[in-house]
Design a protein around this ligand. Sequence first.
Ligand code: ADP
Ligand code: MG
Length: 399
Amino acid sequence: MPSPILPGATLGILGGGQLGRMTAMAARSLGYHIHALDPDSSCAARSVVDRCLAASFDDVDAAADLARGCDVVTLEIEKVSVPALRAAERFAPLRPAPEVLEVVQDRRAQKEWLERGGFPIGPWSPAESADGIAAAARALPGRVFVKASRGGYDGRGQAVIGGPEEADGAWAAVGERPCVVERGLDIEAELSVLVARRPGGQTAVYPPALNHHERQILEWSVLPGPVPPDVASRAMALGRAIADAFPVVGLLVVEIFWLKDGSLLVNELAPRPHNTFHATEVGCLTSQFEQLVRAVCDLPLGSVEVVRPAAIYNLLGDSWLSGTPPAFDAALAIPGVRLHLYGKRVPRPGRKMGHLAAVGSTPEEAVERVKAARDALSGAEIRAADASAALGGSPRSDA
Ligand code: ADP
Ligand code: MG
């Protein structure tokens, strides 16, 4: 029987971005020491960890060095090379295992794995050239999403094209690298589910979040997503089945497309904390970050109960670059609103600098408040019409 890794031990985190930072803060509250590895020596996690190794994600020696000083190692980013993961694993349990990352870090491998397991995904095909993209687009009528197989995030390394005649531009946009071509789906709403899983197989599944993206970047998210109970239970069952199939130890987020015909398709997987579950910090008995620590340390999982509906709104670097400094005081004046900044020094367009969170008595109210806070932050007058249009009175109209 493996024994739990108790508070006082040292947790290693591959990656020191905001997800690593928030994991480290939760681990600290539980009494762990934290070591992190990140290529950026001034990464977001740096100021909240005991040791920060500056090394690239394919540095095998640095990964081994990190693990040598730790009792267990987890990660906050997929793009750590498999040899580096295997090197870490020689010195401390790595949760989730390298085999999970090997599948997830390549979109093509991920889709093939999902298909082999019988999990539902949308029509797609792989491509390795502009001609390949054109051929795939001819076979998938209408708008298609072209995504680099490796390395993309927040819509980067992606192109949306109207048909095969735009294949050359898409090939350039994905950096002339192997890619996947997906049919543009008719989406009712985007959901995500979060599964936490311990080494012995015990799981806990959070209710689905409902997520709104703008230009392929998450703009806001609300928990619990106001969706019909059968949609929520199908989404949760799908998440649990995928986590068990790997099996994952730690966290697994499954991004789901809820189509207009009622069916659920897997968009993509993330075996780590996820932007769409930041609301767990204010709305749930156990945040996703604490849950990750509990899962990888083989401690009893915390309750996934949503105590109060909660929503988050991402703050991108654009808000810092507009000339007027963000009016944090105005945003915080709105009842139920909290501010989370990630300590990143350099704002860039599209860079996630922080998020606002708000609770409400309903998911709709939480979204209204967080949108009002976002408006206040950028100095916009809060218009009642905007606030009440937050979810248009219906969970589906704005998604
Ligand atoms: P990322 O790794 O950047 O999150 P995703 O594959 O999740 O990449 O795509 C980002 C967003 O783009 C999705 O959340 C969704 O809003 C939109 N999108 C991606 N693929 C499709 C598709 N096949 N049909 C419709 N919308 C899509
Ligand atoms: Mg995504």
